[in-house]
Design a binder for this molecule. Structure first.
Ligand code: ADP
Ligand code: MG
Length: 558
């Protein structure tokens, strides 16, 4: 039985499977490879995913959710029209769609998958991803790290062969740069670096802001729906610049337009390039490598398609980056290749978390210029080899202090408030003059994701210990099964008529975006299509569908 490989992305998801040893993309019902990672609930409570849900993000924002991957492994809940879902439940809807697409493509049941996750995902996030798989009826054979999957695809598909790779993964909202060695069937992630809030979305926003400033409009004062429309147009404009050097952003509703070239884009986005440079430099530094040690630079993620990016990277590395197929499919392709290897019962070792701690663990220290806003004092730094144990010393900040609170934080941010708080240890101490207390704080982190924090007060000769395991957010098997039943009771959209549904959803989105006569035209088009669906035969419906699509394309300037 086939095992499929899945890239469960923040912006888009997709699956690959090995057919006669060849990695093959699995099309969704719309015939596309990428399925937007968006979920929406329709008026009769049915679950919609993918392109239709993406349209509804604009027309029905309170019934739709996107970017939930960012919250995997946390206890955040999403409200969709009054119903609550966890990030893994929303992810499970996407996975179920991919599973069913694979089943219709292969003509057999699919129950096993390899899913890719970012290398920096911690134990909670990995566990939540497996849970999402279970909720979708998939046994997750293994998780593979995204950069490992990309390196695997690069080594198998290109002439690159084994070696040292720099994987540059630039998606919708995140940039991940990893140094990966692949030798003798062992893929080893040497270092990971990234910016969690840098991606294609930032380019869209810069284009939109530029448009507003040229038109003497205030971007920040746009209504949410106007903002969403403009961002959508800016994204289309950005994508056009991959295949042509100049394009036009036409905002019909506002009767305004702007010409944009790749050169303009490069100038406007200088600030983003500086941030990209920082991430590349960190990855090289943390791995103790120089540019000369890297055999291949692998372009991954939709945003890597931008000519301004490959041009920038070629300059930075003084080497031509390699592109294998479409950058936004490489991770899934690698996961599919890995699934194929599993099917043949061979193995490749994918090393990451077992060897390094991908984030910094530390405690809080006083910020004298703003006492309510403590600063992170790193104890175990990111990319430390595991298991690892480090001790730092702290003291009292004022004379006669009788209590000390040792916060335990995970993250790279300067201020504690911007990192994840894992817990704290409270301790009463003897009152002594300032700087006289001797507080020893020891952090030990092992390969199973268990963090032990021990605080010793040498004056009072007291010790306090806290063990933090990764199962704080885990559901028991009974809870999982109960949730599984509830989720299965949600009806999903029947597979037939998906194109019609997409056109109708697009119509509703346009209706929400447009005003005046054009809005009326959209309403009429929706009405006509609905009448056709109710009253007419298949050829007439598909005729009407084509005309409506054409009309919408025309409205959106395609
Ligand atoms: P993720 O890994 O976040 O799920 P993807 O790798 O699918 O995301 O990348 C999505 C991003 O890629 C979006 O910001 C999208 O606008 C951008 N993108 C996709 N195709 C192109 C293109 N042809 N030119 C420029 N950007 C693109
Ligand atoms: Mg991705």
């Amino acid at each position: 039985m086939a095992i499929i490989g899945i890239d469960l992305g923040t912006t888009n998801s997709l699956a690959y499977v090995c057919c006669d040893g060849k990695p093959t993309p699995i099309p969704n019902p719309l015939g596309q490879t990428l399925t937007p990672s968006v979920v929406s609930i329709d008026d009769d409570g049915k679950i919609l995913v993918g392109a239709i849900a993406r349209e509804r993000l604009i027309s029905h924002p309170t019934a739709s959710a996107a970017s939930f991957k960012r919250y995997m492994g946390t206890n955040k809940v999403f409200f969709l029209d009054g119903q609550t879902f966890t990030p893994q439940e929303l992810s499970s809807f996407i996975l179920r769609q991919l599973k069913e697409d694979a089943e219709s493509f292969l003509g057999e049941e699919v129950t096993e998958a390899v899913i890719s996750v970012p290398a920096y995902f911690n134990d909670h996030q990995r566990y939540a991803t497996k849970e999402a798989g279970k909720l979708a009826g998939l046994h997750v054979e293994r998780l593979i790290n995204e950069p490992s999957a990309a390196a695997l695809a690069a080594s198998q598909i290109s002439s690159a062969d084994e070696g040292s790779y720099l994987v540059f993964d630039f998606g919708g909202g995140t940039l991940d740069v990893s140094i990966v060695d692949y030798f003798d069937n062992v893929i080893e992630i040497i270092a990971v670096s990234g910016d969690n809030h840098l991606g294609g979305d930032d380019f869209d926003e810069i284009i939109a802001r530029r448009f507003c400033s040229l038109q003497q409009m205030s971007y920040d004062n746009l209504e949410p729906i106007q903002k969403a429309s403009l961002l959508r147009l800016a994204e289309d404009c950005k994508k056009q610049l991959t295949s042509q050097n100049q394009t036009e952003l036409i905002w019909e509703t506002e009767n305004k337009n702007m010409t944009l070239t790749n050169m303009d884009l490069a100038k406007l986005c200088q600030g983003l390039f500086d941030r990209i440079c920082q991430v590349n430099t960190n990855a090289l530094q943390d791995s103790n490598r120089t540019i000369a040690d890297i055999d291949e630079i692998v372009l991954v993620g939709g945003s890597s398609k931008m000519p301004v990016i490959s041009f920038y990277l070629q300059n930075f590395f003084q080497k031509k980056p390699c592109t294998i197929g479409s950058p936004d499919e490489i991770v899934a392709m690698g996961a599919g290749i890995y699934a194929g290897i599993k099917e043949r019962k061979q193995d490749i070792r994918d090393l990451v978390l077992t060897d390094i701690c991908p984030f910094t663990l530390g405690t809080n220290v006083i910020n004298h210029s703003d006492v309510d806003n403590p600063i992170l004092s790193p104890i175990i730094e990111r990319n430390s080899i595991l298991p690892c144990s480090k001790t730092n010393y702290f003291t009292n900040v004022y004379s006669g202090q009788t209590h000390i609170s040792i916060g335990i934080f995970q993250g790279e941010a300067y201020y504690c408030r911007d990192n994840i708080k894992l817990g704290s240890i409270e301790m009463d101490i003897l009152p002594v003059p300032v700087n006289q207390a001797h507080i020893e704080v020891c952090f030990s982190y092992d390969i199973n994701g268990i963090l032990e924090v021990e605080v010793t007060d040498h004056q009072k000769k007291q010790k306090k210990k806290k063990v933090l395991t990764s199962d704080r957010f885990r559901m028991s098997d009974a809870e999982l099964n109960e949730r599984l039943e509830t989720l299965q009771s949600y009806k999903r959209m029947p597979p037939g008529g998906i194109r019609t549904r997409l056109v109708l959803a697009r119509g509703e989105r346009l209706f929400a975006q447009l005003l005046g006569p054009r809005r009326k035209q959209v309403a009429d088009a929706i009405q006509q299509l609905q009448n056709a669906i109710q009253e007419q035969s298949d050829p007439q419906i598909s005729n009407c569908l084509r005309m409506t699509e054409k009309f919408f394309d025309h409205l959106e300037g395609f």
